[in-house]
Unconditional design. Structure first.
Length: 452
């Protein structure tokens, strides 16, 4: 069923349906007709982008912020908010904004999740299919380059300086912009509009659950430590609303009410969680809160309330780190599985985290992994440590991990394998004789082994 967004009846159920690539395509097509983008070449650009991202493993299932969903969300909102009153756009401007939005993160062969604008421009400039479509649309590639470069984030420091040098070159290479300072300034304002749309769109097209998942995706794909997720999100929104005030207000003003509500609910929710984090850290610092690693008895592990408490924390992990989700309860009750928890103040206190793992043979890991010990029953696999938001960075995860290794040693396992950030594994090479088994890009969340 085709979904058509109308301001009068724009509700949350429609937003949820918009998470589907097919639905997003339909909505963009509807807006394209409304904005006069009727030529076939624009539809071909849309379909080519979707096909290329999906063929490179960067479709909606790719667990990184810069997937095809982000590309389409920015394109949709760029068209939807075109009538803001901060910058006046001509029909010609709309064509350029559509193309630049669609290709602003066009880096399907990325080695890291965050696209490098230089890589994007190189790919666009060498892709014969795309160049032909731009020619059919009579679009000046140099102007598209400028608009994409202006989406560089953060727009400050050496990154901005480098982008501005390339923008100057692009202006000089275009017959439309060379020696036309007023038009150059207008294009820079168009780029400013696109850069703010880029940062607002995903958080307006969904509720806080989606926003938190996006934040986790971004952190996972950029190899950030979990303790940075909320802190970075708050800084991101504060910068957007304080430094880009005029443009952000102009865009938000013309978006449907539900989208504005989503955006500001997300901002407020992240700020509330950050406040809770600071309170937890203060209590820990003042020794009003103790974190107690605890080995749980099998009787406790049979308790439905205990299982439920662990599962809720488990669901806070990024999706790729949720191993054996469908068998969670069975594994908690399995005596072969090693479990310890992190409790507040004493061994009967509230559970705020846990470590869990079992024989390597019990897990179906990524197919790229070739572990030489698989089938030898000498290796225990430690699933990613799970902690409630707010308790990362207080060393509780490290203490649970060391307790897990002690438990594994008592069960006569010779090796432990797990996943961790690349820099974390490197730091363990000298301390624990850790070794890389399989490296993964762009997320740099690698599979490693230590000898117990």
């Amino acid at each position: 069923m085709e979904i058509i967004f109308k301001n009068a009846n724009f509700d949350q159920s429609v937003l949820q349906q918009f998470a589907n690539t097919h639905s997003m395509r339909n909505e963009i097509l509807s807006l394209m007709v409304e904005k006069g983008l009727n030529d076939d070449c624009y539809v071909k650009m849309l379909d080519y982008t979707i096909d290329l991202f999906e063929s490179q493993g960067l479709g909606a299932d790719y667990y990184g912020y810069h997937n095809i969903s982000h590309e389409l969300e920015v394109t949709y909102v760029a068209l939807l908010a075109i009538n803001q009153n901060r910058v006046e756009f001509t029909d010609e401007d709309v064509r350029y904004l559509y193309v630049a939005a669609l290709f602003h993160d066009f880096d399907p062969q990325k080695s890291v999740d965050k696209p490098h604008e230089e890589s994007v421009l190189k790919f666009i400039g060498m892709d014969k299919k795309l160049l032909q479509l731009l020619k059919e649309a009579n679009i000046d590639l140099e102007i598209i380059k400028t608009l994409i470069l202006r989406t560089t984030y953060p727009w400050s420091g050496k990154i901005r300086d480098s982008a501005e040098i390339q923008i100057k070159e692009a202006f000089n290479n275009s017959d439309l912009t060379r020696n036309n300072l007023p038009y150059q300034e207008h294009i820079m304002e168009m780029g400013w509009y696109l850069s703010v749309v880029d940062r607002i769109s995903g958080y307006a097209l969904g509720d806080f659950t989606k926003a938190m998942e996006m934040a986790k995706m971004n952190a996972h794909a950029l190899a950030w430590r979990p303790s940075l997720i909320v802190r970075s999100a708050v800084a991101y929104f504060e910068e957007l609303l304080n430094k880009e005030t005029d443009m952000a207000k102009g865009i938000l003003k013309v978006l449907p009410k539900e989208m504005r509500k989503n955006f500001f609910d997300t901002v407020l929710s992240f700020m509330k969680i950050r406040q809770q984090e600071i309170t937890i850290q203060a209590d820990y610092s003042y020794e009003n809160l103790k974190l107690v690693p605890t080995i749980e008895s099998m009787a406790t592990r049979e308790d439905p309330k205990f299982i439920k408490a662990l599962y809720e924390i488990f669901l806070e992990l990024p999706s790729p780190l949720q191993f054996e989700k469908e068998n969670f309860e069975e594994l908690v009750k399995d005596p072969q599985v090693v479990i310890n928890t992190l409790r507040i103040n004493d061994k009967d206190g509230e559970i705020v985290g846990f470590a869990k793992g079992g024989p390597l043979e019990n897990y179906k890991l990524r197919e790229e992994i070739r572990d030489e010990n698989y089938g030898l029953s000498n290796t225990i696999f430690l699933e990613p440590i799970a902690l409630k938001m707010g308790y990362w960075g207080l060393k509780g995860g490290s203490e649970m991990r060391h307790m897990f290794i002690m438990q594994a040693h008592s069960m006569k396992f010779k090796f432990m394998t797990s996943f961790a950030l690349r820099d974390v594994i490197r730091a363990r090479i000298d301390k624990e004789q850790a070794e890389f088994v399989t490296l993964f890009d762009p997320e740099r969340w690698d599979y490693y082994r230590i000898k117990i």
